[in-house]
Design a protein around this ligand. Sequence first.
Ligand SMILES: C[S@@+](CC[C@H](N)C(=O)[O-])C[C@H]1O[C@@H](n2cnc3c(N)ncnc32)[C@H](O)[C@@H]1O
Length: 455
Amino acid sequence: MNVQNRTIFSHDNLPVLRGIDSESIDLIYLDPPFNSNRNYAAPIGSDAAGAAFKDTWTLSDVDNAWHGEIADREPALYQAIHAAELTHGKGMKSYLIMMAVRLLEMKRVLKKTGSIYLHCDPTASHYLKMLMDTVFGKNNFKNEVVWNSATGVKNNTKSRFGRGHDIILFYGMSASKFNVQYEPLSEEYLKSHYTYKDEHGRRFSADNLNAPGAGGHRYEFLGVAKNWRMTEEQAHKWLAEGRIVHQSITPGSRVKIPRYKRYADESLGRPALDNWIEIGALNSQAKESTGYPTQKPVALLERIIKASSNKDDIVLDPFCGCATTCVAAERLQRHWIGIDISPKAVDLVRVRLENEVGMFGDVIHRTDIPKRSEKLPNYRTHKHTLFGKQEGLCNGCRTQFPFRNMTIDHIVPQSQGGTDHEDNLQLLCGACNSTKGSGTQAQLIARLKEQGVLQ
Ligand SMILES: C[S@@+](CC[C@H](N)C(=O)[O-])C[C@H]1O[C@@H](n2cnc3c(N)ncnc32)[C@H](O)[C@@H]1O
């Protein structure tokens, strides 16, 4: 892995992601702008004062080369974005292009055992799910988590229900890990399922007497002769330990049947479902609140990190904001990398790690782009494959050229973080290559149109 633990990048995440080694990350959580058509700023006087980000999108926010990159690497992805544009307009298209080009890089850096959680809201969640299905594979979709993000009564409740939830799209690669998470049993559940109390007031349910894995054993126990699914020795052991209740279970019945006392306070809880209601949103008075706009609670990140990673795994948050993911990962002894375009993130992570984790001075702050350490074959070795892929045509003027007259071009120029991977290479004839220079593919096409070479 070419990036050290506890690194925060103050940078646009796209070139940084392009510089991270392939298949090196165990878990990605991203909480990007939601296309909410708002701009966010932290209140003056808060720890986060000065932090701001915009969440309005137009085509001018999108590098023209991203269109081509998406259409070339994943044609279905570009189609999905086009469908969104037809129903939702150019703003949604621009937002989705910004997201798609980054999701392609996230897929590349994720390990085969890795998982990704994309935090969004109903503004774009349905379109983002199409992108995620295409990039990460529809069969790798695990859950659409509904998180109760409401902090109070929301506006706009006169003509519709107030909005009270965010969506988290969870995908796990083919060999991803998962640790079941449990939620405490609710008072209502305790009352309906743990209906008895022992002499110390401990709640229990009266369950069938079954020892795990035990076959049938015929004997008489507390006056009941039958095939028991536990050995006689086990039955007497539980009786001596006070784990057997011997009473009539059905009201009014005189038949007493021995049963197993399953105590509520020994239960792990209820395996968590995909609606996370008990993890509350942060309000401005919460102790952990930094004032950073859209800050998420540490408990939410702890749930995700515990479920989909283990100790020493590497967690990446490419839109880390005030670094909630980094704080949660540090607490849970995971390695972490955060990226945020706002320089405020690094200050906040330092403050938070000191205050919330008691950790001083170990954060690495970078403003450069990492260089991949993985050994790539020399890019020239791709020439034959590219020639076949393009059927001998120059990718600029679309003219047929002999193999020896073709030159290899980096679609995203190396100066902009473009790599030697085959998916970033194309063949151009000598004339088109010099026209493109260190520009983008879109600029080349525009020049060729100006020159009348292309229609
Ligand atoms: C919704 S906030 C994340 C909040 C974060 N989860 C937290 O708990 O603080 C989105 C963040 O994405 C950052 N951002 C937006 N565009 C970015 C880009 N291209 N590269 C890196 N960060 C970006 C913004 O600065 C903002 O901090």
